[in-house]
Design a protein around this ligand. Structure first.
Ligand SMILES: [Zn+2]
Length: 304
């Protein structure tokens, strides 16, 4: 029997993507699975598997939440899903525009799912696709082969509920925060919240939207009553209130420190070395990400 099963899986793998390997999965609740990428920066040495990618199995089919940073990661994830269930993939949800979360989408096109995202996601993808393709070819070389942007076929302006049969997913689109395309998901059956990159655990939160908007959106998310939270990066947290407290402390320290630097007339380069320094031992990749955050927020805060 085991051999028969192995034979079936073997054929399936060979039949669709010859090199695909299953990814490590964490089964965090009934029908809910997460693969954790590793804490690596998007730059030289990047491998395309750094964020959390998840799937939820309902009685009618499967919803995927984020797909990884390359077609290859997406294909591996697809094969991994197929080892758990043969039900159709009905929805591929992107939590925001960042390339580590979306470039695996193309691995799911044959399933003909609805690709689901924030109402601003398609435009954001269009705006960034040339720059993303250029940098990713440089960083990843052959590993990036076949990776392409797949835009949403279902755009969320405010809220929408997706039906998987015995469970529903409530999707909420947010105003500009981590990015201008942030979408969160709550599974009705297990009361699990996916924040995308509106919450970072362990890894330094990286800003690409509006720091004040992010603090406000995170504050409202922290008021929800959910059982557990899947962040964009880092472990799934049951003590998720504390995770939001940690992130709010980092973001507000960064905001206050940069404001103080501007007030004192310090140039941006010097603020990059000092802002939020009290947080540096608390987060992975702090040096590079914190400097980049200062670089992004300093110019806009100058005009407050
Ligand atoms: Zn992100």
């Amino acid at each position: 029997m085991l051999q028969l099963l192995l034979g079936i899986f073997g054929m399936l793998i060979v039949g669709s993507h010859p090199q695909a390997q299953p990814l490590a999965l964490e089964n965090i609740a009934d029908g809910v699975y997460v693969h954790h990428g590793i804490h690596e920066d998007l730059s030289e040495g990047y491998h395309g598997d750094i964020c959390n990618i998840s799937f939820i199995v309902g009685s009618n089919g499967v919803a995927v939440i984020d797909t990884g940073g390359t077609l290859k990661t997406g294909q591996h994830f697809h094969e991994t899903i197929r080892k758990v269930t043969r039900l159709p993939v009905l929805y591929v949800i992107n939590t925001h525009v960042h390339p580590d979360h979306i470039y695996g989408n193309a691995a799911f096109t044959d399933d003909k799912p609805q690709f689901v995202g924030h109402a601003k996601l398609a435009d954001a993808m269009e705006l960034r696709k040339d720059a993303y393709a250029r940098t990713h070819k440089e960083w990843l070389g052959d590993e990036f082969a076949g990776s392409e942007i797949i835009k949403p076929t279902l755009a969320i302006k405010d809220e929408l509920t997706l039906d998987l049969g015995d469970r529903q997913l409530r999707l909420s689109a947010h105003p500009t925060a981590h990015t201008n395309t942030d979408l969160t998901v709550i599974d009705s059956k297990t009361n699990t919240l996916w924040t995308g990159d509106l919450l970072f655990v362990e890894r330094t939160p990286s800003i690409d939207g509006d720091i004040k908007g992010w603090i406000a959106v995170a504050e409202s998310l922290s008021q929800l009553t959910v059982a557990q939270v899947v962040p964009g990066h880092g472990p799934v947290v049951k003590d998720w209130k504390q995770a939001f407290i940690d992130q709010q402390r980092y973001l507000s320290t960064l905001l206050n420190d940069v404001r103080a630097s501007i007030k004192k007339g310090e140039v941006m380069e010097s603020a990059m070395n000092t802002a939020a320094a009290s947080e540096k031992d608390r987060w992975a990749l702090f040096g590079i990400v914190n400097r980049r955050n200062v670089n992004i927020i300093y110019p806009s805060l100058e005009w407050e």
